[in-house]
Design a protein around this ligand. Structure first.
Ligand code: AG3
Length: 275
């Protein structure tokens, strides 16, 4: 019998993975977590029915959500990752040789399961510069200060992650940063959920002087086209080169990732009405 895992992207669209087997299924305090062994994408982490990461294409998301803001900063020493319990963002952040990387993940189960089934992604936890805090990111950010880069690597803005897309949270992020600080966040797909991008863009624009949107192509996420935002009170431009090997990001891609198709651009203009 063939086994499949399908993520429902809209009521009328879904993406299926043929799987060898289910490796794990736990219902944590916060969410429903699965790990599947797929045929083509290695191990697959699913939270509340949505694909979070696969061993085969995780590099695209993790390189982009990390290297874009990290290279915008001239010398990131203290890095905060809100969410990101699988460790992938922390692994990429370490390539910039920061002093400290703090990961604030609300769900300990995500960390535990990633260490067991996604060892190549969770490898960052073996590094002594990486500090894990199992707690609510919103509370943690409220009492934090002196971060150079803050990366919000969360699930979709429904359920536990909802508050991570609000203006109040963005204000707390700004207060938690050193001057010159840069933040980045994943913002969903403009194909099916342009309002997620638009809302984040508008709220960030009320808090930060500079806000930029960039895209990456991620085959296992809805529509494959994924949006991210970067925000700062300092101009957003690349201040350093990537002096480590990458597979998706490149210094040439830094600016081209911010060139948006017309229909996406339209959601990132202040005068455009939300529809
Ligand atoms: N976090 C963002 C995943 C969003 C995917 N959404 C979906 N499949 N509907 C990824 C976590 C990787 N560290």
């Amino acid at each position: 019998m063939e086994l499949w895992f399908d993520e429902l992207h809209t009521p009328n669209m879904r993406l299926g993975f043929r799987i060898k087997r289910e490796l794990e299924h736990v219902r944590s305090e916060y969410q429903d977590i699965h790990v599947f062994e797929t045929y083509d994408y290695g191990n697959l982490l699913v939270i509340d029915g949505t694909v979070q990461t696969t061993e085969r294409d995780e590099f695209i998301y993790h390189e982009m959500i990390v290297h874009m803001p990290m290279l915008t900063h001239s010398s990131p020493e203290r890095v905060l990752i809100v969410g990101g319990g699988d460790g992938g963002a922390a692994r990429e952040a370490l390539k910039h040789e920061p002093e400290e990387v703090h990961v604030v993940e609300i769900d300990e189960k995500v960390v535990e399961i990633s260490k067991k089934y996604l060892p190549g992604i969770a490898s960052a936890y073996e590094d002594s510069r990486v500090h894990l805090h199992v707690e609510d990111g919103i509370k943690f950010v409220k009492r934090s200060s002196k971060f150079d880069v803050i990366i919000v690597d969360s699930t979709d803005p429904v359920g536990p992650a909802e508050g991570l897309f609000h203006e109040d949270f963005y204000r707390d992020i700004k207060s938690a940063m050193n001057p010159g600080g840069v933040m980045a966040q994943q913002c969903g797909t403009p194909v099916y959920h342009p309002e997620e991008l638009r809302n984040a863009y508008l709220a960030l624009s009320r808090v930060f002087r500079y806000v930029r949107v960039f895209l990456a192509y991620i085959p296992t996420y809805p529509s494959g086209m994924w949006a991210f935002v970067m925000a700062s009170d300092s101009e957003i431009k690349r201040r350093r080169n990537a002096d480590f090997p990458t597979r998706y990001y490149s210094d040439r891609l830094y600016s081209s990732a911010m060139v948006l198709p017309e229909f996406v651009e339209k959601y990132c203009k202040d005068e455009c009405k939300s529809d």
